[in-house]
Design a protein around this ligand. Structure first.
Ligand code: ROI
Length: 169
C-alpha cells in the first residue's frame, strides 16, 4: 500500500466552531491507516456566500493515509455526521462542520461524488493561508506553486486567532 499526503480543510460557524474543529482533528487521528501530521492555526474568516450568517472558523490539517480517496471521503463524512451536520436546503448556509479533502497526494480525481483538487480551493483565502502555514513549499497538481496562487487572493478579513487546532500537533 502506498501512503499519500493529503490536506483537509476544516470549517465551522455553528455550535462552538473552535470546539468543532478540535473535536474533528481528534476524530481524524482515530481513522484507520491514517496519521495526522500537521495542523494549522485556527483562523476567523468572513462568510463566503450569504452574509447573514456568523463568521467561520477555518483550519487545514495534513494527514498521511493508506486509505483510498473514496474511503477517506467516507471517513470524513462520518465525522461530519457524528458532529451533528445536517444538510439543509440553503446553499452555502451555516454549518457545524465541513471537512473537505483539498489534495490527495498529487492526484486529480473527477468522479461524481469527489473532485480533487477541491473545487474553489484556489480562490478561498480561508483555505490557502492555513495551507501555506503548514505546507509553504507545496506545488499543486496543476503545476502552480501554492505561493503563486496565494498571491492572487486577498486576506478578506482573515485573522489567525489560535496557535494550533490540536495541541498535540
Ligand atoms: N465561508 C468561510 N469563510 N469558511 C468556510 O469554511 C465556508 N464554507 C462554506 C461556505 C458556505 C461556502 N462559506 C464558507 O461551505
Amino acid at each position: 500500500m502506498t501512503a499519500h499526503t493529503c490536506y483537509i480543510g476544516l470549517g465551522s460557524n455553528l455550535s462552538q466552531p473552535a470546539e468543532q474543529l478540535h473535536q474533528a482533528v481528534n476524530s481524524m487521528a482515530q481513522i484507520e491507516l491514517t496519521t495526522v501530521r500537521k495542523c494549522s492555526s485556527l483562523y476567523s474568516s468572513k462568510p463566503m456566500g450569504p452574509q447573514d450568517q456568523p463568521d467561520y472558523v477555518n483550519a487545514v490539517v495534513e494527514i498521511e493515509t493508506n486509505l483510498t480517496p473514496h474511503a477517506l471521503l467516507a471517513a470524513m463524512q462520518k465525522i461530519e455526521l457524528d458532529q451533528g451536520r445536517v444538510r439543509k436546503g440553503q446553499r452555502w448556509g451555516p454549518r457545524t462542520l465541513d471537512l473537505d479533502i483539498l489534495l490527495f497526494g498529487n492526484q486529480v480525481i473527477e468522479s461524481q461524488d469527489l473532485t480533487i483538487p477541491h473545487v474553489g480551493m484556489k480562490s478561498r483565502e480561508f483555505v490557502l493561508f492555513p495551507l501555506h502555514e503548514i505546507a509553504p513549499d507545496l506545488v499543486l497538481p496543476c503545476g502552480n506553486s501554492l505561493i503563486f496562487v496565494l498571491n492572487s487572493v486577498s486576506r478578506n478579513g482573515l485573522v489567525k486567532f489560535e496557535q494550533d487546532v490540536k495541541s498535540e500537533c
